[in-house]
Design a protein around this ligand. Structure first.
Ligand code: AMP
Length: 120
C-alpha cells in the first residue's frame, strides 16, 4: 500500500493540528476547513478507499465513528449536530488515498450536495 501524506502525519514526519489519538486512530484539523469545525478522523492502518475496506476492518471503521461522536460530545456540538463524510474516488471527490472521516460542524449544512436534477 503506497504511502500518503496522512501516513506522514501519523508518523510525525509532517506537522498537523492533532486533536485526538489512540492506538487505532488519529484526528486532526483539516488544513482547508469547509465549516467552522472541520477535522478528519483516520485509521492508523492504511486503507486507500472505501472500496478497500475488508471484513476484518469492520471494527476499525466503526471505531472512526465512535471517535467522531466522542469528539463531537467533548467539543460541545453533538446536540446541535454535525456531518460525517467519507469520500471515495473521483466522483466522491477523494484526493487523499487513505480513508478519512470528515467531521463538519458549527453551522447548519446544506443538502443535497449534488443539486442538478438527476436523470435516472
Ligand atoms: P478528500 O478530498 O475527501 O480526500 O479530503 C482530503 C482532505 O485532506 C481535504 O479536506 C484537505 O483539505 C485535507 N488535507 C490535505 N492535506 C492536509 C494536511 N497536511 N493537514 C490537514 N488536512 C489536510
Amino acid at each position: 500500500m503506497s504511502e500518503t501524506l496522512f501516513t506522514k502525519i501519523i508518523n510525525r514526519e509532517i506537522p498537523a493540528d492533532i486533536i485526538y489519538e489512540d492506538d487505532l486512530s488519529l484526528a486532526f484539523n483539516d488544513i482547508n476547513p469547509q465549516a467552522p469545525v472541520h477535522f478528519l478522523v483516520i485509521p492508523k492502518k492504511t486503507i486507500a478507499t472505501v472500496n478497500d475496506i475488508a471484513e476484518a476492518d469492520r471494527e476499525l471503521v466503526g471505531h472512526l465513528y465512535l471517535v467522531a461522536a466522542k469528539l463531537a460530545k467533548s467539543m460541545g456540538f453533538s446536540e446541535d449536530g454535525f456531518r460525517t463524510v467519507m469520500n471515495c474516488n473521483e466522483h466522491g471527490g477523494q484526493t487523499v488515498f487513505h480513508i478519512h472521516l470528515h467531521v463538519l460542524a458549527g453551522k447548519p449544512m446544506g443538502w443535497p450536495p449534488y443539486s442538478e436534477k438527476l436523470k435516472v
